[in-house]
Design a protein around this ligand. Structure first.
Ligand code: EPU
Length: 434
């Protein structure tokens, strides 16, 4: 178990650089399988989930060469396997993107049960529906593993109408359809920035995908893709986390290497709370908070709505705000467990039906020993610890290391008094020899 100790109550001030987007990187890495040549991926965040996706690529027989901590050359042209067992797949959700990528390139795949944060039911019925519509047979294997196989006549473009908006299903169907002959239309597609980033990467290699970022994505299947060099977009949620941390500590922080357009919903909510947010430059945002924030209501929803992955962090700010806020979680069925930890820090939160949190703002939080239950809940615990005067100890920080590059170093650079209780490299040092 990894621990972090924070002596909180200090204003965060200074500049922080945002890393590449986790949820774009974990889709783009398996997409390399579709290329008939090596790809160089740049601006990959150096986090556990990315390292696991690269290890899975190696398991399949791809050559994975580290150029720097944030860039890798991947040659998947000679992969010789289409099966991934539970070694690593159960450590993260995105392992199931190997289903779409291998199906699209090799016509078959089987992947052991994916893992990911425990934030509610995570069915894959929409992925399965899409694969079947494109002409695949889908078989459930023991222990949650799934096998997909193109029928004899191969995959063929078709119309896929999703019943709900799903990031993962949209990505998996894009991966499966890119090389499928004919025309695929995805209706009710997810519109997150990482969907657009994946489509941009594939188009650079020769795919014909239009409409990414809207409800309707159109894919004209192409015969082959060529390798390329591509730089992943900045992480919207990492940026949002530092924006809220700045506000919660009444700090003054410049957040660099961002796409302000991707942060609009977070910016809007912070401004509603009375926090000053300015984006005078194309790639940076300035957050400043001099007085107690005001309450506001939040409802999470797919992009461009308020991101569910920012819900726990924003709730910490609302705990400190003047007045009552209502937080409505409409994407995941069980994403309020972390509120127990905030209540131990003196927050006043009432969760109703696992869907709604009524937050009565308090003047301040008290330091405590708390747990990081999952990735974003863990990031929220960092913010709470930074805002609360006294010594807060956060356990299970490995969840946070899955998705935040150098989080302790970045907060330290902003003036936080924060240390890891263990000395070892947070992102398992045995991987890739460092
Ligand atoms: N859903 C279904 N059936 C499906 C797929 C999804 O009912 O076949 C439901 C889910 O149960 C959920 C909703 O649809 O209630 C949305 O799920 P979605 O498929 O969009 O989520 P995901 O692809 O599993 C990605 C991110 C999550 C993020 C969500 C929503 C990755 C690797 N994960 O998950 O990120 O919360 O989209 O934006 O991209 C995180 O980074 O901390 C994280 C959890």
């Amino acid at each position: 178990m990894k621990k972090v100790i924070i002596n909180g109550g200090k204003r965060l001030c200074g500049t922080v650089e945002i890393s590449g987007a986790k949820n774009a990187a974990v889709a783009i890495i398996p997409a390399v399988i579709l290329a008939d040549g090596p790809c160089t991926l740049e601006n990959l965040p150096d986090i556990m989930d990315v390292r696991l996706m690269l290890l899975l690529m190696k398991e399949l027989g791809a050559k994975v060469e580290k150029i720097t901590n944030n860039s890798y050359r991947i040659d998947a042209t000679e992969i010789n396997k289409t099966e991934l067992n539970e070694k690593y797949t159960s450590d993260l959700r995105a392992s199931y993107y190997y289903l779409g990528a291998l199906l699209g390139k090799k016509g078959k795949a089987s992947v052991a049960s994916p893992g990911g944060c425990n934030i509610g039911n995570r069915p894959i019925d929409q992925h399965v529906k899409g694969f079947k519509i494109l002409g695949a047979k889908v078989t459930d294997l023991p222990n949650g593993a799934v096998m997909v196989e193109a029928k004899e006549e191969g995959l063929k473009g078709n119309q896929v109408y999703f019943d709900i908006v799903s990031v993962g299903a949209t990505i998996n169907i894009i991966l499966a359809a890119t090389l499928a002959p004919g025309f695929t239309v995805i209706e009710q597609a997810a519109k997150e920035p990482h969907i657009v980033d994946l489509a941009n990467f594939l188009n650079l290699m020769g795919a014909q995908i239009s409409g990414a970022g809207t409800d309707t994505i159109k894919i004209q299947g192409v015969e082959k893709l060529t390798g390329c060099t591509y730089s992943v977009i900045p992480d919207q949620i990492e940026a949002g986390t530092y924006m809220v941390a700045a506000a919660a500590t009444r700090g003054d922080v410049i957040i660099k290497n961002v796409i302000p357009k991707h942060l609009e919903s977070i910016t809007a909510k912070l401004m509603e709370c009375g926090v000053s947010v300015s984006d005078d430059y194309d790639d940076e945002i300035h957050v400043k908070c001099d007085s107690r924030p005001k309450s506001c209501n939040i409802k999470t929803s797919p992009h461009p709505g308020f991101p569910t992955d920012m819900q726990p962090q924003m709730t910490v700010l609302l705990c400190l705000a003047e007045g009552t806020s209502i937080v409505n979680e409409s994407v995941w069925g069980n994403r309020f467990r972390y509120t127990e930890e905030l209540i131990r820090m003196g927050a006043s939160i009432n969760v109703e039906n696992k869907k709604l949190a009524v937050v009565e703002g308090v003047e301040g939080l008290k330091a405590a020993n708390i747990n990081a239950y999952d990735l974003r809940a863990g990031a929220a615990m960092f913010i709470a610890g930074l805002a609360a005067p006294g010594t807060t100890e956060i356990s299970y920080v490995e969840h946070v290391d899955r998705g935040y590059e150098k989080i302790v170093e970045k907060f330290k650079k902003l003036g936080a008094d924060i240390e890891r209780a263990d000395e070892k490299d947070p992102v398992h040092s045995e991987f890739f020899g460092d």
